[in-house]
Design a binder for this molecule. Structure first.
Ligand SMILES: Nc1nc2c(ncn2[C@@H]2O[C@H](COP(=O)(O)OP(=O)(O)OP(=O)(O)O)[C@@H](O)[C@H]2O)c(=O)[nH]1
Ligand SMILES: [Mg+2]
Length: 330
């Protein structure tokens, strides 16, 4: 059954793609198993895209940027998929489908696939959902995948584990705004883009570009021996968007040629495997009565500092009755 779905996806059928992503996002275990089989089948057809994470604080212009940048990408005969990650963006009305007006040109383009983030939680969390959605888009022939996330919480760190390049979008502003960007996000960035570099804001955008160059000196560079590029653009006039694309494709080509991309993706897959194992083991433990019955007690004791975290964890794990050898082997 899933082979039919697989074939339709390989044919670039967008309805089939949407259906498959729904399976991935489902909280039903049988759906997830179906998705797992499907992705296994499609795996040989994946990997041939430029995977770009886009993050930025609310209001910096992510939707407007993706619309304008995406239109330029498809004008170059590329096929673009846009995935949104942040459940929080749905609640504040900023989800990519919510602001279809700002993505008007993209939403109607047949070379574009747009998928908003699901409103409810997914069984495997945003990491698994996003990774699988990226793979499905690739199998459907999309060669450019943008993964959008609002720069709050942990989502951008997760997105960085499923993308090749990470773009930090910022708006012109003084030093205070710059302080608001977490150091960790700056370290993740392969490219910083100062948006809204137009009209009254053009001068401030130049200053902001200089501020970021300076600030990036203070964080660990993503690539040793190279500076993280900072580019200015306007998503409303389109100025500078070509430079953003050229910088991204240039970086991607360099990574491909040097073997860095292959190594990165291998490391990402191994890291994701570890996350999956960790999550499944924890889910299995939580479903075990011996563990579940004592969990609240142990949590309280740890919270009240009656018991150390290490001792509490050992106590709970021992309740599972795993043998000496198997615990020693971990
Ligand atoms: N002048 C100017 N305004 C822009 C530009 N890009 C976006 N804007 C405006 O900035 C505001 C916010 O843009 P959005 O694209 O909605 O920003 P966002 O980052 O998607 O916001 P959230 O979805 O709420 O996180 C809108 O009023 C846009 O018209 C730009 O390049 N220049
Ligand atoms: Mg938005």
């Amino acid at each position: 059954m899933s082979s039919d779905l697989a074939r339709s996806i390989l044919d670039g059928d967008r309805k089939a793609l949407a259906k498959a992503i729904t399976l991935v996002e489902s909280t039903r275990a049988d759906h997830n198993l179906e998705a797992e089989a499907l992705i296994n089948e499609l795996l040989p057809a994946t990997g041939r895209s430029m995977r770009i994470g886009v993050t930025g604080s609310p209001g910096v212009g992510k939707s407007t940027f993706i619309d304008a940048f995406g239109s330029m990408v498809v004008a170059q005969d590329r096929r673009l998929a846009v995935l949104a990650v942040d459940p929080s963006s749905t609640s504040r009305g900023g989800s990519i489908l919510g602001d279809k007006t700002r993505m008007a040109s993209l939403a109607s383009d047949p070379a574009v696939f747009i998928r908003p983030s699901p409103s409810s939680g997914t069984l495997g969390g945003i990491g698994r959902r996003t990774r699988d959605a990226v793979l499905l888009c690739e199998a459907a022939g999309f060669d450019t995948v943008l993964v959008e996330t609002v720069g709050v919480g942990q989502s951008e760190t997760t997105v960085a584990t499923v993308t090749d390049l990470f773009l930090l979008l910022v708006a012109p502003g003084g030093g205070d705004d710059l302080q608001g960007i977490k150091r960790g996000v700056m370290e993740l960035a392969d490219l910083v883009v100062v948006n809204k570099s137009d009209g009254n804001l053009a001068l401030l955008a130049k200053q902001t570009e200089a501020d970021y160059r300076l600030a990036l000196h203070l964080v660990r560079p993503k690539r040793t021996g190279t500076e993280t590029p900072v580019v200015r653009c306007s998503s409303t006039t389109g100025a500078g968007l070509d430079e953003v694309l050229a910088t991204l494709t240039g970086l991607h080509r360099t990574m491909t040629d040097s073997g860095e991309l292959a190594a990165l993706r291998r490391a990402q897959a191994v890291g994701q495997l570890e996350n999956e194992v960790r999550a499944s083991l924890f889910a299995r433990a939580s479903a075990d009565r011996r563990f579940a019955d004592r969990r609240a007690d142990v949590e309280r004791a740890v919270a009240d500092q009656e018991l150390s975290v290490t001792a509490g964890a050992r106590l709970l794990i021992e309740l599972l009755g795993w043998t000496e050898q198997s615990t020693e082997a971990t």
